[in-house]
Design a protein around this ligand. Structure first.
Ligand SMILES: C[S@@+](CC[C@H](N)C(=O)[O-])C[C@H]1O[C@@H](n2cnc3c(N)ncnc32)[C@H](O)[C@@H]1O
Length: 201
């Protein structure tokens, strides 16, 4: 199911709303990271920049074929050999592959959708024990030029609570300022206590 209010505006406009390199610097994405997964890659706005930084492969997923095609086209044009992108409903199906195989999982501008806790569980599942789930989202501020309705837009504290409720993620303070319009949150994977047997590990 396509998540609510997850449609994209025109590419150039969307990409004018972020300082991508500053965001990746502050989120700690660099060559010490090997393999990364991304839920909802959109136009590849972050996918390509992450691919240039990490030492491994970024596997990106989107429910929209057009978004996956655009991300792949851009990565080919940029000569990047470490981008994979695939159509997948991550809410329904989770991430493919073995659990505990990624250094990081990116949930960028996506946790206003239905069942954010389920997405956080999916993300926690595929990161290895020293890995991180990295979240960015629109500030809880009605004057941002874009972003989901305030009724469904999560505050940082709300996302931290959801993550803690998964029993698998620990917030790594502080809340990061990602000007002009976003904030960032880093979560470390915790040692798993199996309170959700169907989702293990
Ligand atoms: C608001 S955009 C964010 C794109 C990208 N993360 C960024 O920040 O530039 C959300 C993306 O999630 C995708 N999406 C929505 N529901 C999805 C689902 N169930 N599984 C995978 N992707 C989904 C949308 O098609 C859209 O490209």
């Amino acid at each position: 199911m396509k998540l609510r209010e997850s449609g994209m505006p025109e590419e150039g406009y969307w990409e004018s709303l972020f300082h991508v390199e500053l965001i990746l610097d502050r989120m700690g994405i660099d060559a010490t990271m090997c393999d990364v997964a991304e839920l909802g890659c959109g136009y590849g706005t972050f996918t390509l920049a992450v691919a240039r930084r990490i030492s491994g492969v970024i596997e990106a997923f989107d429910i929209e074929l057009l978004m996956v095609a655009r991300t792949l086209q851009r990565s080919r044009e940029a000569g990047l050999g470490n981008v994979r992108a695939e159509v997948r409903d991550v809410l329904a199906e989770g991430f493919p592959g073995e659990p505990q195989t990624k250094d990081a999982c990116l949930l960028f501008n996506i946790l206003h959708g239905e069942e954010p806790e389920r997405l956080l569980v999916h993300a926690a599942r595929i990161v290895h024990p020293n890995g991180h789930v990295l979240v960015i989202h629109w500030r809880y501020d009605p004057t941002t030029p874009r972003g989901p309705s305030m009724e469904i837009r999560p505050r940082p504290e709300q996302i931290i609570e959801w993550a803690q409720e998964t029993g698998r993620l620990r917030f790594v303070a502080p809340v990061l300022d990602l000007p002009p319009w976003h904030y960032g949150l880093r979560f470390a994977k915790t040692t798993h206590v199996n309170t959700h047997p169907t989702d293990s590990p």
